[in-house]
Design a protein around this ligand. Structure first.
Ligand code: NAP
Length: 269
């Protein structure tokens, strides 16, 4: 029987109760990894744990709000008690924000940064001692977005929080390289999940359906596991997402014009 890529490894995923995080849990489990599943909705976590255990690995569901220091401390303590160390941390928990820069409130913007950026920093710092126990070879996988690489109208608040994640990822990658801890960035494009239902909207703003094909969370999860196996430093997903990141890199002013026309049929209802 072929050896699985992550046999007996321990993977902790934040935002494992739904969408990409839950699919990633199954994808790592299919490769033999044991899972620590973190999020706020306990019943969803229990369901996710059952799905993972059905693949023959161990699952530890931990209710954790990553904006709360005490929850994060407990998450790491429970992980250490159950598994002794950590091979892969997937920072996936996230929240969206829709509306113009003038429209969203400071409270909404802070809430989004509190989860997407500060939460990620908090979990990473807390988990580092456990990742060091399994170094060299352990990993941090940060989930960003194509919107963290290029600002689009009405998505600037969310995109900024992900752009901050991108830069932090680069710094952390350099800081941990000598210890043999890899730091990867995975930037999904539009993905079919609960994300658009749960995100915050500036008052009076709501996005119409997006005329683009969304990826499935399973396809994103498989790409993440592949990147993890190959220690690929950066993965940008969906064809439109890749085109956008590349076009912006080489022709930013042209892309400014395209962005104005193509992405701005959104209106205040
Ligand atoms: N869907 C897309 O089109 C898309 C595109 C690019 C990037 N992404 C990124 O992909 C990641 C996963 O999103 P998704 O699409 O899978 O959406 P999702 O289904 O809404 O998942 C978001 C996850 O984050 C968790 N979460 C939110 N706030 C949290 C907090 N304070 N503490 C702990 N967990 C928290 C949620 O769990 P609880 O509510 O149970 O806490 C949920 O499991 C996010 O980082 C998102 O920015 C998504």
């Amino acid at each position: 029987m072929a050896t699985k890529a992550f046999q007996e490894k321990v993977v902790l995923i934040t935002g494992a109760s739904s969408g990409i995080g839950r699919a990633a849990a199954k994808a790592y489990a299919a490769q033999g990894a044991h899972l620590v599943l973190a999020a706020r909705r306990e019943s969803h976590l229990q369901d996710a744990a059952r799905e993972v255990e059905a693949l023959g690995v161990r699952a530890l569901p931990v209710r954790c709000d990553i904006t709360r220091e005490e929850d994060v401390t407990r998450l790491v303590q429970e992980t250490e008690r159950a598994f002794g160390g950590l091979d892969i941390l997937v920072n996936n928990a996230g929240l969206g924000l829709y509306g113009p820069v003038e429209g969203f409130s400071e409270t909404q913007l802070r809430q989004v940064f509190e989860i997407n950026f500060f939460g990620l920093v908090r979990v990473t710092r807390a988990a580092l001692p456990l990742l060091r126990k399994r170094a060299p070879g352990s990993q941090v996988v940060n989930v960003s977005s194509v919107l963290g690489h290029r600002g689009l109208p009405l998505l600037g608040g969310y995109g900024s929080s992900k752009a901050a994640v991108n830069l932090l990822t680069e710094s952390l990658r350099a800081e941990l390289a000598a210890e043999g801890i890899s730091v990867l960035l995975v930037s999904p494009g539009l993905t079919e999940t609960e994300f658009r239902d749960s995100r915050l909207n500036a008052e009076g703003w709501k996005q119409d359906a997006i005329p683009l094909n969304a990826m499935s969370s399973e396809a994103v999860a498989n790409a993440m596991v592949r990147a993890s196996r190959r220690k690929r430093r950066e993965t940008v997903l969906t064809l439109p997402g890749r085109v956008m990141v590349l076009a912006n890199r080489w022709m930013p002013s042209l892309f400014d014009r395209v962005a104005r026309r193509v992405v701005n049929p959104a209106r205040k209802p």
